[in-house]
Write a protein that binds this ligand. Structure first.
Ligand code: TGC
Ligand code: FAD
Length: 389
């Protein structure tokens, strides 16, 4: 039987969680132990994503769980964060899939969609019957999406989209894509169903990170969609950036999950691996590494919890979310590297988790705003001066 994962709680932060929040976390923790971890080695090696996980997450109410109505679970933001923390304890690819579905597809439909769009898509996305993706990044516009070239032109009472999107999570398996395109009135969001003529998706091959995740190119060649597919309340890039806040919030929590998995593995290994006739955990240098890992996890948990409570009060600023994403992913990556180091040669095989988390976190550090872009976002907030250009 797989050992029960106990989590990491050095500062008794559980005392700050409600019974419902702890129950949600335990449910997802068990789901990850039973349904995710047994699949990661096989799918990691094959470079595939088990699409059936989406329905399994849907059945548990994990998709878009902080949204209200239309079949969504309507949980608070801390409970939502704990869901993503636990999913990423399993694998960043599973958290990515859930983040995109909830924060980047369901949220924009919920926030910017028509009533008909909400009724059509949200129950199906929430249950996992439908999968969604979010196309903002393009081959030549990553950190700077304001320059995006994908165009949507009004024609015959609808819209015709031309352009490309790159690095799109869930792209090939999605039934519907939220696509950001330039129109005569500025950047707007559109819903494009996978079977629209002129739309195609192709998985990006050769990824060494997030191997258990569908990352795809999207191509739009005179792809015609009806007028009813525009997200009516979108207005400029700002609408897309609002979605990113939701996703970045979840990533900040998710990174804690990956870090906890690596720390837990490193402690267990250090206590049982004997060198020089002693467990390596008895050496001061190893203890220093473990202490550093635990301290950073505890600090990251505090950032998550407070930004989560602020979000529940409608007071979380985008720059505060940037700080949590930037800090937590940076330290999770350092923790994964340190765990890999503590495991010695064993750390490089997929029998253990730390190297998989480490290479995954290299992507997490880049997507949803790179570490340095978040530095500039916070720098601008402090000084009032933009250093992007
Ligand atoms: P800028 O002039 O700064 O802003 C334009 C307008 O937008 C407002 N704004 C925001 N509003 C809400 N939330 C935010 N986070 C916002 N950031 C900016 C801003 O106040 C302004 O409003 P207004 O009323 O004055 O017009 O825009 P800019 O073009 O200079 O961009 C700034 C920058 C660099 C921070 C932005 O482009 C950026 O965040 N770039 C990073 C791109 C990025 O993160 N892409 C992510 C793609 S999706 C993805 O990676 C999914 S990964 C899979 C997974 O989640 O697991
Ligand atoms: P670039 O923008 O080219 O940046 C390259 C380097 O230059 C970085 O180090 C960056 O920090 C630095 N840099 C750029 N500008 C500045 C500056 N002004 N000052 C200082 N340094 C700067 N996008 C989506 O739209 N949807 C998705 O679902 C999605 N999923 C993804 C999944 C994966 C696995 C990955 C890897 C990416 C995904 N992305 C997605 C794209 C992601 O958001 C972009 O990769 C990210 O925004 C960075 O863009 P870029 O890769 O083009 O890097």
């Amino acid at each position: 039987m797989t050992k029960k994962f106990q989590g990491v709680d050095y500062y008794s932060l559980d005392d700050l969680l409600s019974e419902e929040e702890k129950m949600v976390r335990e449910t997802v923790r068990q789901f990850v132990t039973d349904k995710v971890l047994p699949r990661v080695a096989e799918h990691g090696r094959a470079g595939t994503f088990p699409a059936e996980l989406v329905t399994e997450m849907g059945e548990l109410g994990l998709l878009g769980a902080n949204l209200k109505g239309y079949g969504c679970a309507g949980l608070g933001n801390v409970a939502y964060g704990l869901i993503l923390q636990e999913l990423e304890r399993g694998d960043s690819g599973v958290r990515s899939c859930a983040s995109v579905q909830g924060a980047l597809v369901m949220y924009p439909i919920h926030q910017f969609g028509s009533e008909a769009q909400k009724e059509k898509w949200l129950p199906r996305l929430s249950s996992g019957e439908a999968i969604g993706c979010f196309g903002l990044t393009e081959p030549d516009f990553g950190s700077n999406p304001a320059g995006l070239l994908t165009k949507a032109e009004k024609k015959d009472g609808g819209w015709v989209i031309n352009g490309r999107k790159r690095w799109i999570t869930n792209g090939s398996m999605a039934h519907v894509a939220v696509v950001w395109a330039r129109t005569d009135e500025g950047i707007r969001g559109f819903l494009v169903e996978k079977d629209r003529p002129g739309f195609s998706a192709k998985e990006i091959e050769g990824k060494l990170s997030l191997r258990m995740s569908d990352t795809s190119d999207l191509l739009f060649e005179d792809c015609a969609i009806p007028e009813e597919n525009i997200l009516p309340e979108t207005s400029g890039l700002k609408s897309a950036l609002k979605c990113l806040n939701q996703a970045r919030f979840g990533i900040a929590w998710g990174a804690v999950g990956a870090a906890m998995a690596c720390y837990d593995e490193a402690v267990e290994y250090a206590k049982t691996r004997i060198q020089f006739d002693k467990p390596i955990a008895s050496f001061q240098l190893v203890q220093r590494k473990l202490v550093g890992m635990l301290t950073e996890i505890t600090k990251a948990q505090l950032l998550c919890l407070q930004v989560g409570r602020l979000k529940e009060q409608g007071k979380a600023r985008a720059q505060q979310i940037s700080m949590a994403k930037r800090n937590n992913v940076y330290h999770a990556l350092e923790i994964a590297r340190t765990a890999r180091d503590i495991l010695g040669a064993s750390g490089i095989v997929d029998e253990y988790q730390c190297m998989r988390h480490m290479v995954n976190l290299e992507s997490v550090k880049t997507y949803e705003g790179t570490h340095d872009i978040h530095t500039l976002i916070i720098g601008q907030d402090i000084t009032g001066i933009s250093a992007f250009e």
